[in-house]
Design a protein. Structure first.
Length: 100
């Protein structure tokens, strides 16, 4: 988004690191580009608030699946809603329980 459009709509533009660190909910609505591929990864997940919830309505390749699973299992990420996956159709069912 351009600075002019942001100003006209009362939107504060911030760096991605600031956005990630401050968010209680992170929703992804961007296209897949070299800059956005793997934007949610082990490093960015570690910088997020404990208890963050992530919603991906964009492209599966935006999220590092293994890093997200680890963050969910550790409890750092409280929940994730994924409408898309890095490999589709999804071949296996993921169960996140205390016994897995």
């Amino acid at each position: 988004m351009s600075a002019a459009v942001a100003r006209e709509n009362g939107i504060k533009l911030v760096a991605i690191d600031e956005l990630i660190a401050a968010s209680d909910y992170l929703t992804l609505h961007v296209g897949l580009t070299p800059q956005t591929a793997g934007v949610v990864n082990a490093r960015s997940l570690a910088a997020m608030k404990k208890g963050v919830r992530i919603i991906n309505c964009a492209r599966g390749e935006l999220i590092d699946d293994a890093a997200l699973i680890a963050a969910l299992r550790s409890g750092h990420v409280a929940g994730a809603a994924l409408d898309v996956f890095s490999v589709e159709p999804l071949k296996t069912r993921l169960t996140l329980s205390s016994t897995t």
